[in-house]
Design a protein around this ligand. Structure first.
Ligand code: ADP
Ligand code: MG
Length: 360
C-alpha cells in the first residue's frame, strides 16, 4: 500500500506530437492518499489509460516523476513497483484452467502452494467462479474471462496499489453491481490503494471515496461525490456529473447581482472575478423552482422518468433543464426561481471563489 504522488506529469506519444504540443496528459500534479479508493472518471480519450499506465510503469512519462510513499519510482518497472493492474480487455491464458490462471501471479512470485490454494479459493468465491475452477479458460464466456482477469488483479495480498482500467465493461449490469460491491468490501478489509478507471459516473460514484475527474488530459477536480455535485470546480464537472448536468448561462456580474438577458438574479455573495473573460452562471436542475412567482420561462417539454420529472425549458433564450419530484405540480404560466446558494459562477470554465459575507 502506498501514497502515490504524481509530480508535474506530462505525456506526448511521439516526438512529433511533443513538438506540436499535442500532449495526451498536460500537467497532472496530485497526491493520492495511501489506502484511498479513487475512481478516475472522464470521457473516452481524455487520458485515463495513459495516466494509469504511467502509474503502473507500462509507460514512461515525457516529463515528471512518480513517487510511492515519497520514493521516486519513475525509472522502475511495473514488476519493481509491485502494482497489480486489471486491463480493459481480459488477459487470460486459454490453455490453463481457471484455477491456474488465478494462481499464476502467486506462483510466479514463489508463494507457497498452501497459500496459493487459500487465496485462489477466496477469489473463486468472490468472482462466482468456484464451480469452474478446473475448466480450461478457453471454454469460458467473455464475461467469465473478464472475471478471471479481475481475480488475477486481486489475488496478490501485498501490492502497493491495484489499478483497474474499466474492468467490468462486458459484464452484465447485475453482476457488475455484485462485483463492484465486492471490490468495495475488499477495499474496506485490505485498504489497498485502488484506482478504478471508468467513463460511467454511476460506477465512479458508487465505488470511490474520492472521484478524480479528468478532462482533456488534465485532472479538473478531485472530490467526494457530494463535492463534485455541489461545488464543481470546472464547468466540465458540472456538465459531466449529474443527469441532466448543470445548466450554464452567460451572464454579467456586478456586486451581488448577475444579469442574464434582461433578468436580474440575486447572488448569495459577490464573486471575486479573476479575469475579464466570459462569466457563466451554473445551476443544477435540482435547485430550480417552478411556481407562481419568479421570472418568465417557457416550458417546452416534460419528460417523466419515474420518480422524477425533467422539464426542458427556455429561460432568456437559453435552454434550461429543471428536475422536479414526480408529484410536483407545474402551474400554468409557471415562473422560474433559483436557490441563490446553489448558483456557481464560472470564468474561463473555472469556478470563481465567492467573497463570503462573513469576510465582508
Ligand atoms: P482514455 O483511456 O481516457 O480513453 P487514452 O489515455 O487511451 O484515453 O488516450 C488519451 C489520448 O492519447 C487520446 O487522444 C488517444 O488518441 C491518445 N493515445 C492513446 N494511446 C495512444 C498511442 N499508443 N499512440 C498515440 N496516441 C495515443
Ligand atoms: Mg482507456
Amino acid at each position: 500500500m502506498a501514497r502515490i504522488s504524481l509530480e508535474h506529469i506530462r505525456h506526448a506519444y511521439s516526438p512529433r506530437a511533443k513538438a506540436a504540443g499535442d500532449y495526451a496528459l498536460k500537467e497532472v500534479h496530485h497526491d493520492w492518499e495511501d489506502g484511498g479508493a479513487y475512481a478516475l472518471l472522464g470521457p473516452s480519450g481524455c487520458g485515463k489509460t495513459t495516466l494509469l499506465n504511467i502509474i503502473s510503469g507500462l509507460l514512461h512519462p515525457s516529463d515528471g516523476r512518480i513517487l510511492f510513499d515519497g520514493r521516486d519510482v519513475t525509472e522502475l518497472s511495473t514488476e519493481e513497483r509491485n502494482i497489480a493492474q486489471v486491463f480493459q480487455f481480459p488477459v487470460v491464458y486459454d490453455t490453463m484452467t481457471v484455477f491456474d490462471n488465478l494462481a499464476f501471479p502467486l506462483r510466479n512470485r514463489k508463494v507457497p502452494e498452501a497459500e496459493v490454494e487459500k487465496r485462489v479459493n477466496e477469489i473463486l468465491e468472490m468472482t462466482d467462479l468456484a464451480g469452474m475452477a478446473k475448466r480450461r479458460a478457453q471454454r469460458l464466456t467473455a464475461d467469465q474471462k473478464q472475471k478471471i482477469s479481475l481475480g488475477r488483479g486481486l489475488v496478490r495480498a501485498n501490492v502497493n496499489a491495484i489499478l483497474f482500467d474499466e474492468p467490468l465493461t462486458v459484464i452484465d449490469p447485475h453482476m457488475k453491481w455484485v462485483l463492484r460491491s465486492q471490490l468495495k468490501r475488499l477495499h474496506r478489509q485490505s485498504r489497498f490503494t485502488m484506482v478504478y478507471v471508468t467513463h460511467d459516473q454511476t460506477e465512479a460514484l458508487t465505488f470511490a471515496d474520492k472521484v478524480v475527474v479528468m478532462h482533456d488530459g488534465q485532472i479538473v477536480q478531485i472530490g467526494t461525490p457530494a463535492e463534485l455535485f455541489e461545488r464543481p470546480s470546472h464547468t466540465f464537472v458540472g456538465y459531466f456529473i449529474g443527469s441532466p448536468g448543470m445548466n450554464f448561462m452567460p451572464a454579467s456580474v456586478e456586486g451581488v447581482t448577475a444579469r442574464v438577458g434582461d433578468q436580474t438574479i440575486a447572488l448569495a455573495n459577490a464573486p471575486i472575478l479573476r479575469s475579464d473573460g466570459k462569466i457563466e452562471l451554473g445551476i443544477r436542475p435540482e435547485f430550480i423552482k417552478l411556481g407562481r412567482d419568479g421570472m418568465p420561462v417557457t416550458i417546452n417539454k416534460v419528460e417523466d422518468i419515474g420518480r422524477q420529472k425533467i422539464v426542458r425549458a427556455t429561460f432568456c433564450g437559453q435552454p434550461l433543464s429543471i428536475v422536479l419530484a414526480e408529484d410536483d405540480d407545474i402551474p400554468t404560466d409557471a415562473k422560474v426561481s433559483f436557490d441563490q446558494h446553489a448558483i456557481g459562477i464560472f470564468s474561463d470554465s473555472w469556478r470563481v471563489e465567492n467573497r463570503s459575507s462573513r469576510q465582508g
